[in-house]
Design a protein. Structure first.
Length: 246
């Protein structure tokens, strides 16, 4: 069991002050746990090169270039699954979630090419902040079976390691990402938002609040504008990430 090693690293991480101290210790931990490769990366925006947001990493020769050239970030099932995940998960478990996806065959091809480069399996751990998904830690290579306790400990390591490396690498970005998100909502908007999250329609919400469905739509349009959301589903997703609803 690697539980003792993981706990020891968490404690050691609190004492280390530089990247030069942290990364060799982390790579030593991964070696002892059986992982050959890893990446710690900030969450990329659409069309942004994820390698430019890499805080630290160790990958098979040529794989990052192939990944970027073939635009695998667009269809990578682990990255797409990451947007909905609250905790760490296994790479190979993500394909099942996209069984009927039109890009399924390309996903499978990507996985085959990854295995050809020594990436047989692995895990990915999301890191969230005030503004939603901030980044992730991914570890992989050989097939390694982590216990539920080990998964939880890697989750904790991912969060602490991500923020520590970000602070050391780019303190200005760090300050921006942890800054408070100011979204001013009226009482009625908050009520409508919570009912929307419960799956209610405008008619349902109107009956509960004793207002017309047109008034509810007016509130929803205001909420959507404040959150810069594309639609009502997007409104709920953003509200959850910002902690406006739970």
């Amino acid at each position: 069991m690697n539980i003792t090693l993981l706990v020891q690293f968490l404690a050691l991480l609190e004492e280390m002050k530089t990247r030069e101290e942290i990364l060799p210790e982390f790579e030593r931990l991964l070696d002892r746990c059986g992982f050959d490769f890893y990446g710690i990366v900030r969450q990329p925006k659409p069309n942004e090169n994820p390698l430019r947001l890499l805080l630290a990493g160790r990958w098979p020769d040529g794989w990052p270039q192939i990944y970027i050239r073939k635009k695998y970030v667009v269809i990578d099932p682990t990255i797409r699954f990451l947007g909905h995940a609250q905790r760490g998960f296994r790479w190979r478990d993500t394909l099942a979630a996209f069984r009927s996806d039109p890009h399924r065959k390309r996903m499978e091809s990507m996985m085959v090419e990854a295995r050809n480069h020594g990436l047989f399996d692995g895990y990915i751990f999301p890191v969230h902040g005030r503004r939603g998904l901030m980044g992730n830690l991914t570890v992989g290579g050989r097939v390694v079976d982590l216990s539920p306790v080990e998964l939880s400990l890697f989750d904790a390591i991912a969060k602490r390691l991500f923020w520590k490396l970000l602070e050391l690498t780019d303190p200005e970005i760090m300050a921006e990402l942890i800054s408070r998100v100011e979204v001013q909502m009226t009482r009625r908007e908050m009520e409508a938002l919570n009912y929307l999250a419960d799956g209610m329609t405008s008619n349902d919400i109107g009956k509960v609040l004793d207002i017309s469905s047109h008034t509810v739509d007016w509130y929803m349009n205001g909420i959507q504008e404040k959150l810069k959301a594309k639609n009502r589903h997007h409104v709920v997703a953003i509200a959850f990430r910002l902690g406006l609803i739970s």
